[in-house]
Ligand binder design. Structure first.
Ligand code: FAD
Length: 479
């Protein structure tokens, strides 16, 4: 019997649930990746760092599968790569190869579920099984429930139940190498086509400090585990190397979440515990998306449907361009545009600023992040945005509004991060850099910047915006 393993957001050849199940149950195992036109044709740009990241990961995966097969005494393996609509390509390839089953790791996004259901139906007509496995999270769907058997909608009790449930078997690796002799290729290995063959170029990925593929993921893991002890303190400061930078690797599965959770769980101290907590957030939002697919377009809490947001295209454009006049907000938005990454503290500050200072709906903000983030993940991005807008599943009350100046003073006290991304303010003294419009003319001259010309004056006054937001949200108290 033979099977086809369909790789999607799990671009690795170790600790892989679907690949493990295929290799242990079937004599011949083929592997495929589809550059899915249903996704790619809708992307806003043909120069996309994520395509470059995926492409590099596929190259490494293809070679690794071949090497694993040979090392286990097989004739070699590798990836079949297709460019087309996955819901058509997969059933067609499965029939061409004459396999008995297609195996894949589960994806919780509504569009992916719909695609997988369609593939499952077509395969069933051809008498081919479709099986999916939990792989990208530690616990999924209904695995962590309240005592009365319902899905959680608040994080902390979910986290506590998640931790109570966790056992070594939940984070144990899926063995691959021992069974890899069963990997097969059809005819000769055809390899991964160049990126331009599917109509994309890699943007500035090569210039970023984001190593790609399983090897890049492993090097980031080594680097981070050596400093994880300090994570709970350092993670809040965008100017410090405090976080793991693993999000794109977790998104595309070039690292194993089980291995990472296991490593953090095994270690003692506040750093590892706080970091494990972040991986639980990741599970949490995937679980929310699974149970409430409507959050993709709707407020998690319907009472917030009564909030009337402003249409303010000029303010939205200033926010996207990193020209709001609030230096830390602008630094974050420029980091996103230049690198495809934004530090978590800045995601919270910039998202809050859009909704609570500019009065703009979270949805256009979420779409802007989706277009640019290397680690864009529907569940985490939607969860983060609804959290920032106070429309989501969190206990944080809506009247807690980030002050962009005090956030800046707390989390970038010397302005180091601001200076990196807002060079207009490079010479502004630390005491003014968080609110440069307060500099008098002499100070501006000394700093070599004219506020309102070289760098914008604030597009809104925070105190006044705060009052407008309190009034805007007051409608949620009715009824
Ligand atoms: P670390 O601090 O090292 O965290 C480790 C991992 O935990 C991350 O790689 C990520 O996989 C997970 N994680 C951390 N925080 C969260 C969280 N709040 N929710 C879910 N998972 C989390 N994360 C994404 O992966 N993709 C997104 O599209 C995304 N959009 C966001 C949008 C907003 C408005 C906000 C506030 C947060 C968003 N996050 C998103 C969560 C978080 O900001 C990033 O995961 C984090 O900044 C990635 O950097 P890191 O890998 O160095 O994080």
């Amino acid at each position: 019997a033979s099977a086809l393993v369909w790789f999607r957001r799990d671009l690795r050849s170790f600790d892989h649930a679907a690949l493990h199940h295929a290799l242990t149950r079937f004599e011949r195992v083929y592997c495929v990746f589809v550059f899915d036109r249903a996704i790619l044709d809708a992307l806003p740009s043909r120069a996309d760092r994520r395509l470059g990241f995926i492409h590099a990961a596929l190259r490494e995966l293809d070679e690794a599968l071949d090497a694993l097969a040979r090392a286990a005494g097989g004739n070699g393996g590798g990836l079949i790569v297709r460019h087309g609509v996955a819901r058509d390509e997969i059933p067609a390839l499965a029939q061409e190869l004459g396999v008995d089953a297609v195996l894949a790791n589960r994806d919780y996004e509504p569009a992916a579920r719909e695609r997988d259901d369609a593939v499952r139906r077509v395969l069933a007509d051809a008498d081919i099984d479709f099986e999916d496995f939990k792989d990208q999270v530690v616990f999924d769907r209904d695995e962590v429930l309240t005592q009365d058997g319902r899905p959680f909608s608040v994080f902390t009790p979910y986290r506590n139940a998640w931790m109570r449930r966790l056992e070594p078997g939940d984070v144990a690796p899926f063995a691959i190498a021992a069974h890899a002799g069963r990997l097969a290729v059809r005819d000769a290995r055809c390899g991964v086509p160049p990126l331009d063959a599917i109509g994309f170029s890699p943007d500035n990925l090569a210039a970023l400090r984001l190593p790609t593929g399983m090897s890049g993921g492993a090097s980031l893991v080594d680097d981070f585990l050596a400093r994880i002890g300090d994570y709970h303190v350092a993670r809040d400061f965008p100017g410090r190397k405090g976080v793991s930078y693993l999000s794109a690797h977790l998104r595309f599965g070039t690292v194993s979440v089980r291995a990472l959770a296991e490593a953090a769980w095994r270690m003692h101290g506040d750093g590892p515990r706080t970091w494990l907590n972040e991986l639980v957030w990741r599970d949490f939002y995937q679980m929310i998306l699974w149970h409430h697919p409507r959050v993709v377009t709707e407020n998690f809490r319907p009472e917030f449907d009564r909030v009337c947001w402003d249409e303010a295209p000029e303010l939205l454009a200033a926010w996207k361009a990193g020209r709001t006049g609030y230096p830390l907000v602008d630094a974050g938005m420029r980091q996103l545009a230049q690198t495809g990454y934004m530090h978590n503290r800045l995601r919270m500050i910039t998202a809050s600023f859009l909704c609570k200072d500019l009065g703009i709906d979270w949805r256009p903000g979420e779409r802007h992040f989706a277009a640019l983030l290397n680690d864009y993940d529907l569940a985490a991005n939607n969860g983060g945005w609804q959290w920032a807008a106070s429309t989501g599943c969190d206990a944080q009350p809506w009247f807690r509004i980030f002050n962009p100046v005090t956030q800046s003073q707390r989390f970038d006290p010397q302005g180091d991060f601001i200076r990196r991304y807002v060079p207009e303010l490079a010479r502004a003294p630390s005491r003014w850099i968080h609110a440069p419009w307060k500099m008098d003319e002499a100070a501006q001259r000394a700093a070599g910047v004219r506020i309102g010309e070289d760098y914008p004056a604030p597009v809104v006054d925070h105190a006044a915006a705060r009052e407008r937001t309190l009034a805007r949200f007051a409608v949620t108290k009715r009824g």
